[in-house]
Design a protein around this ligand. Structure first.
Ligand code: NAI
Length: 518
């Protein structure tokens, strides 16, 4: 069938909880007739009341014409009987996340609706192919994964089951656009796009804290102010709550057969058992009182400057930026090919720890500090400084004073392969490269899904390009070399494109040329 053979005007929504009512809102506003169904009559009434309230608020605020609001509400009806969904062109189920319960509903729907009706599932973690396998006609079953809250989260993943009819999925892509949403197309793989791509930030953030490198609050500050993300991993985990995120972390890890990149952390299980769920329980990684997060003040920066500073020339751009900061702070630069005895020694490794950099450059580790130069140093909102286990307190504190001299806050962390920002960002880029490599979605859809679904400042592939695919590759290679952990092995998508000087958003050229078999 082709997508225009599926004409969608009347939709049924089964399950009118948080997700069902949000989908009903955008559908009714787009002019569709909506039939709400729920096993609980109270849930149907609550959903209708929610829609009435929302439409009325929108029109009071002048965001929705009162006549249109009235008409939208008039298009929504409710029923406790599944058989009343008979005339629907599409039924979207948003009921409880249990395979057997969803399969039973789909089977029942099949006996009620017409042969042209599409059956969609809003599941976030179940296989669409497995859901469809319960049906006589699996070709009409499509994944339609919205995000919470639906009206604000403007992206929806459209997932083709293995036996799905692509035309049915095409019709849902068109419908998403009609409802003002951006559809992205994904293969039926665990986590689809967004929940798969989102692994990088939280698992690597947890790994850093687990290694004793930095506190939760420091990791968040670095990811927000140095790397430019809206939220750091622990702020995000507090928002989603550990009773939701911890099982998702475990499930994705196991569904990919213990893929080391997704290894969860023992930190979350313990905190979950202790009831430190996040914002909603009043305490997670942070404490909350009346919805406000308790402050985590930072100690003021020291003020005693080092007598002189020697800077590693390994990375010419980083060398120039550090020299500029040293000169602005009015501290003498030690320009010797080997450092003078009293100088502070500054290295700028990529994917190495301060210790490896000190040893490789044959420097006195007690005077070595490392500065993260992945993001621009001179225009930074925050800088990250790390020490070797042998670095003296004096060296650390004078370095802190030096790099905070222009008022930019500095996070001082313990030794870490790839600081904080380098390793988290490289992991995020690498996982998304692997999503592209597995052909789960196109590079364009990966970047769109992550930008809209996770609120990242830019798509992970575009971010990799902006920072330099070769730089990301060398961070991962160096981390792999030091740690020997397969978690950091570069995706072939990244390695090949970086070596060829191609963009990470670049599909195989032959696939996009006329005559290609794809
Ligand atoms: P919810 O618990 O708020 O609502 C579920 C509704 O389904 C309830 O009103 C319940 O009475 C009804 N229900 C349960 N079994 C039923 C059945 N057999 N027949 C008819 N109605 C039934 O759940 P929520 O959060 O709206 O989630 C619904 C679905 O959407 C789940 O599959 C979930 O995984 C998925 N999802 C949830 C997201 C979220 O952030 N809440 C995000 C994306 C997907």
């Amino acid at each position: 069938m082709t997508s225009h053979q599926f004409s969608i005007e009347t939709i049924g929504i089964a399950g009118t909880g948080a997700m069902g009512r949000g989908i009903a809102q955008i559908a009714a506003l787009a002019g569709l007739t909506v039939r709400l169904h729920d096993a609980s009559p109270a849930a149907i009434t609550a959903a209708r009341n929610y829609l009435a309230d929302t439409f009325s608020k929108l029109s009071t605020k002048g965001k929705l014409d009162a006549t249109l609001a009235h008409a939208a509400l008039a298009r929504v009806s409710g029923t406790q009987s599944v058989s009343d969904l008979a005339g629907c062109d599409l039924v979207i189920e948003a009921i409880v996340e249990k395979l057997e319960v969803k399969q039973a509903l789909l089977r029942e729907l099949e006996t009620i609706v017409s042969g042209r009706c599409i059956l969609a599932s809003n599941t976030s973690s179940l296989s669409i192919t497995a859901l469809a396998a319960a049906c006589q006609n699996p070709s009409r079953v499509v994944g339609y994964h919205f995000f919470n809250p639906v009206p604000l989260m403007k992206v929806v993943e459209v997932i083709d089951g293995l036996r799905g009819d692509p035309a049915a999925a095409d019709a849902l892509m068109d419908l998403a656009r009609r409802m003002g949403h951006t559809p992205v197309r994904a293969k039926d793989m665990p986590g689809f796009i967004v929940n798969h791509a989102g692994r990088g930030m939280s698992t690597e953030g947890l790994r850093i804290v687990d290694e004793g490198v930095a506190s939760f609050a420091d990791v968040d500050r670095i990811m927000r102010e140095q790397a430019g993300f809206r939220l750091g991993p622990f702020e995000l985990l507090d928002l989603t709550a550990l009773d939701v995120s911890h099982p998702v972390m475990e499930s994705i890890y196991h569904q990919f057969y213990e893929e080391p990149r997704f290894t969860p952390s023992p930190i979350t299980g313990t905190r979950l058992a202790g009831g430190l769920l996040g914002r909603k329980s009043g305490e997670g990684f942070y404490r909350y009182a009346e919805g406000q997060r308790a402050a985590h003040p930072e100690a003021p920066a020291p003020t005693t400057m080092p007598p002189s500073v020697w800077v590693s020339k390994r990375h010419p751009r980083a060398y120039a930026a550090v020299c500029e900061l040293v000169s602005k702070a009015g501290v003498p630069l030690d320009e010797g090919s080997t450092p003078a005895s009293g100088s502070l020694l500054v290295v700028t490794p990529f994917g190495f720890d301060a210790t490896t950099a000190a040893v490789e450059e044959e420097l006195d580790a007690s005077r070595v500090v490392a500065l993260d130069a992945l993001f621009p140093l001179t225009s930074a909102q925050r800088r990250t400084l790390m020490t070797t286990p042998a670095t003296t307190r004096l060296a650390r504190d004078t370095a802190h004073a030096l790099f905070a001299a222009d008022g930019v806050p500095v996070s001082v962390i313990r030794d870490s392969t790839g600081f904080v920002a380098q390793r988290v960002v490289a992991t995020i880029v690498n996982i998304s490269c692997d999503i592209a490599q597995r052909r789960i979605a196109s590079p364009r859809d990966i970047d769109l899904a992550v930008t809209l679904g996770l609120g990242y400042p830019q798509g992970p592939l575009a971010l990799g390009d902006a920072l330099g695919a070769q730089t990301i590759l060398s961070i991962l290679r160096n981390m792999s070399q030091v740690l020997g952990d397969p978690r950091y092995r570069p995706s072939p998508w990244l390695a090949r494109r970086a070596q060829l000087g191609l963009s990470l958003t670049q599909e195989e050229l032959a696939d996009t040329q006329p005559g290609s078999t794809q």
